[in-house]
Design a protein around this ligand. Structure first.
Ligand code: AKG
Ligand code: FE2
Length: 578
């Protein structure tokens, strides 16, 4: 069996902290690889590879090349503290060079975060910097020689820093954006949001400032994919990592988790897993060029060669890698198209019935200030009410919800659970929290003509999506009698009023899959639709989604209005189309 690179566990990723300078790595905290990646971790001969053979995650020192003369040219303005006086002048000079480099490194890690965190690439690198880069720098040999204060400072803030789960989530968010918006990985690594070749769509987002990714940034994304046996993504990201590491080979990068050898190792094994043995072979040979003593890779090379000799057709075999269908979405293509192109918006201007109007809904409350309604679809009734809340109200609502935000859950059978298909945070606000909620409720009641007093409607749910946050196609109404929605004993969710409390820089529109409609985020506007037919059955055409946020911070507020209490307000009818 082939030996794959060690699968990163949380422990391994944290080993920057675990493996202090000079500590023996052998017998350290390596864990067995995830079973998903390969059950065949032990070598063919029954021996497992020694951790010391693995070049990488834990190795801070052997890989670090001495600093090059060029990179030391940029001396800091205030010199770092001096080391002990008992060293020779030449050593002293070298030490000071190292210290200055380290000082520059620390300074660099502080810089560059001033741009807009709305940019997904900046957001990812920031999380990585806080979760992994800093850890590696603080516990590096250079740091221990320089200053204890740096470590103390790190320890103080450590508990507030992102965890590996956050970094992994950020990497997965980038892969989601790559997929849904058909973005080129090469482009992303350069900081631009180009469409992958084969699509004829314009760039979806043009950042004001470019935030390119480093080789190590790409490596980590590839490794996150690899650890999930997702070779479709690991290959492209590790390819990018390898080509960037090749360019910077020999440079001093204390903060890095991986190296060229690591990236080659993971990439080779990803190709092998994907059935491309000849690529696996040439990458492993390149690995041996840099580290001829690695026995595991040497054994793999022999095995790849044997495989290719036994069945030469493998050399040509191009295994078409399938995108992992993590979401099991039957409607994935439709959904993604709507997210990318904002649906078929222009056609609505050609349909006369879709128009804008001022509405009072015969409510005295709205007579002095009618609402601006834009009809978006008729067959499935979807209307957008512009300026439904003011900027002030939106800010107030977000501020009230912010301290209570928690990872959103979805109803699954009888319980509520976190799910990959809904990534956001949410909080529920009762009307007793602040008069702004009371006045919003009044406006919703006036607009819809429905009774929204408890228990006829749920509290206001405020939702915050970070970059890559999304809610894949779903229904708001319950599709099973066992749903927790029925616990309110006021029937199913009859209607949805969803208010956009923010704008976004790119992405994040609300897509109605079967209505071929995608509504861009319009700050302060409220979207309304009926979830149920008049006969009480769920309307399948309401299948809708919150597209991933590509850039920015998206906030919405949901008001779900139930069946009970509306008997005389929305009359029932036998026609299943109504
Ligand atoms: O965020 C969106 O655009 C849709 C949100 C949604 O459908 C929901 O929260 O149920
Ligand atoms: Fe929804």
């Amino acid at each position: 069996m082939f030996q794959e690179p060690r699968s990163a566990s949380r422990e391994v990723n944290h080993c920057g902290a675990g493996c202090r300078a000079g500590e023996d790595l052998a017998g350290g905290s390596y864990l067995a690889p995830s079973s998903a990646a390969s059950p065949n971790w032990v070598g063919e001969d029954g021996t497992s590879s020694s951790p010391a053979q693995h070049l990488g995650l834990c190795q801070t020192h052997p890989q670090i090349s001495p600093p090059s003369a060029e990179s030391s040219a940029n001396f800091p303005s205030s010199p770092p503290p001096l080391l002990s006086a008992s060293i020779t002048p030449q050593l002293q000079e070298e030490e000071s060079l190292y210290r200055e480099l380290f000082y520059n490194k620390v300074q660099d890690l502080h810089l560059g975060a001033g741009g807009s965190a709305a940019n997904p690439l900046l957001a990812y690198t920031l999380i990585k910097r806080l979760q992994s880069d800093w850890l590696n720098v603080v516990h590096s040999l250079e740091a221990s020689e320089n200053t204890q204060a740096l470590k103390n400072g790190y320890t103080q803030v450590e508990k507030d820093l992102p965890e590996f789960e956050d970094l992994e989530g950020a990497a997965r968010a980038l892969m989601r954006l790559q997929d849904v918006y058909a973005l080129s990985v090469k482009g992303l690594a350069k900081g631009v949001f180009q469409r992958a070749s084969g699509t004829h769509l314009p760039d979806i987002y043009t950042p004001g400032q470019l935030f390119p990714l480093s080789a190590d940034d790409c490596f980590l994304i590839g490794k996150v994919a690899y650890d999930r046996a997702d070779y479709y993504h690991s290959i492209v990201w590790l390819e990018e990592a390898v080509s960037l590491f090749r360019v910077s080979y020999g440079e001093w990068n204390t903060e890095d988790e991986g190296s060229l050898e690591d990236a080659l190792d993971y990439l080779a094994f990803s190709y092998f897993q994907a059935g491309n043995v000849s690529h696996a072979l040439s990458l492993s040979r390149e690995f041996l060029h840099y580290d001829p003593s690695n026995k595991r890779i040497a054994r793999n090379v022999l095995k790849y060669e044997k495989l290719l000799m036994e069945s030469p057709e493998r050399a040509k075999a191009e295994v078409g890698l399938q995108r992992p269908n993590v979401t099991h979405l039957q409607t994935r293509d439709l959904y993604e198209e709507l997210c990318q192109t904002l649906g078929s918006q222009p056609t609505r201007y050609q349909i006369a019935a879709l128009h804008c109007s001022y509405e009072t809904n015969d409510s005295p409350y709205l007579i002095l200030q009618p609402v601006k309604r834009e009809l978006l679809r008729l067959q499935l009734y979807v209307a957008l009410y512009h300026d439904f809340v003011s900027d002030l109200e939106a800010e107030k609502i977000k501020g009230l919800a912010a301290p209570w935000l928690q990872r959103s859950v979805v109803a699954s059978e009888e319980t509520q659970q976190k799910a990959e298909y809904r990534i956001s945070k949410s909080a529920w606000l009762k009307d007793t929290v602040d008069p702004v909620i009371v006045s919003l409720d009044q406006r919703i009641a006036a607009l819809t003509g429905l009774d929204i007093r408890p228990p006829y409607a749920e509290y206001l749910q405020v939702v915050n999506y970070g970059i890559g946050g999304h809610y894949e196609p779903h229904f708001d109404h319950a599709t099973s009698r066992k749903s927790p929605l029925y616990r309110m004993k006021s029937g199913n969710r009859l209607a949805t009023v969803m208010i956009y409390l923010s704008s976004v820089d790119a992405g994040g529109s609300t897509a109605f899959i079967y209505a071929n409609l995608s509504v861009p985020v319009v700050k302060n506007a409220a979207l309304f639709w009926w979830n149920l037919h008049r006969n009480g059955a769920g309307n399948g055409d309401t299948l809708h989604a919150g597209c991933p946020v590509l850039a920015g911070d998206k906030w919405v507020a949901n008001k779900w209005i139930h069946e009970h209490g509306q008997e005389f307000r929305r009359r029932c009818g036998p026609n299943p189309d109504d």
